[in-house]
Design a protein around this ligand. Structure first.
Ligand code: DX5
Ligand code: ZN
Length: 229
């Protein structure tokens, strides 16, 4: 089975389960799958790199059993290199580390690639794109944070589209067209249009998909409609 994120058709919708009902996680994953999402985004938080604590490899293994969709694992943890093997073992298809989380992001990316798993590099809102410029040849994805990481349900930071445009030009100028741009945080029916027009390929959607307001399928269709896809 090819679960490569590089092969996922774009624009792609990647629900984050952070605001899902954890008491019936399998059902919530199936609802997203039935709604036609492209991948599942998994937010791992350690209470150090970000103020919140979420879940780790054990929960990801259970999700791996529940779906054939690609698993996009977003590590918001210090010393990510210590845990990469555990997340590979749990069934991650792509592992994204934060450039701010280790003095040796290049080494951590190498470690991910050596296991034949795709690698992504994430950038916090306050971090300039120059921090990841030297890593672009080594990754399959750049994750631009459109909120400060740690919690679901925050508002999209208005400077993000400009950052997406800059990243798009950097990728295009260097002819790295297989590197995907993912945007994460505060994506809803309005901001998804702006982020898409700026050049993002993959849209992480937490609270706009998993909420008490409407079924997952209605939310996903509305986001697809907003993308015109
Ligand atoms: C933030 C996480 C996001 C977030 C998305 O730290 O990386 O994936 O949970 O949730 P919403 O879409 O609610 O901003
Ligand atoms: Zn995330």
């Amino acid at each position: 089975m090819n679960r490569s994120i590089s092969n996922v058709a774009t624009p792609a919708i990647a629900p984050s389960i952070l605001t899902a009902d954890f008491g019936r996680l399998r059902g919530q994953i199936h609802e997203a799958e039935a709604a036609g999402v492209d991948l599942i985004h998994l937010d791992v938080m350690d209470g150090h790199f970000v103020p919140n604590i979420s879940f780790g490899p054990l929960v990801i293994s259970a999700i791996r059993e529940a779906t054939t969709l690609p698993l996009d694992v977003h590590l918001m943890i210090e010393h990510p290199e210590r845990y990469i093997d555990a997340f590979v073992e749990a069934g991650a298809d792509l592992i994204t580390i934060h450039v701010e989380s280790t003095p040796h992001p290049h080494r951590a990316i190498q470690q991910i690639r050596e296991q034949n798993v795709e690698a992504g590099i994430a950038v916090n809102p306050a971090t300039p794109l120059s921090a990841v410029e030297e890593l672009l040849e080594n990754v399959q994805l750049v994750l631009l944070m459109s909120v400060n990481p740690g919690y679901g349900g925050q508002a999209f930071i208005p400077q993000t589209p400009e950052k997406i445009r800059k990243m798009r030009s950097m990728i295009d100028e260097r002819k790295l067209d297989r590197v995907r741009i993912e945007v994460d945080g505060g994506i809803n029916r309005e901001t998804i249009r702006t982020a898409s027009a700026a050049g993002a390929d993959i849209f992480v959607t937490g609270s706009s998909v998993y909420s008490d307001r409407e079924p997952v399928s209605t939310a996903v269709s509305a986001l697809r409609g907003a993308l015109g896809a």
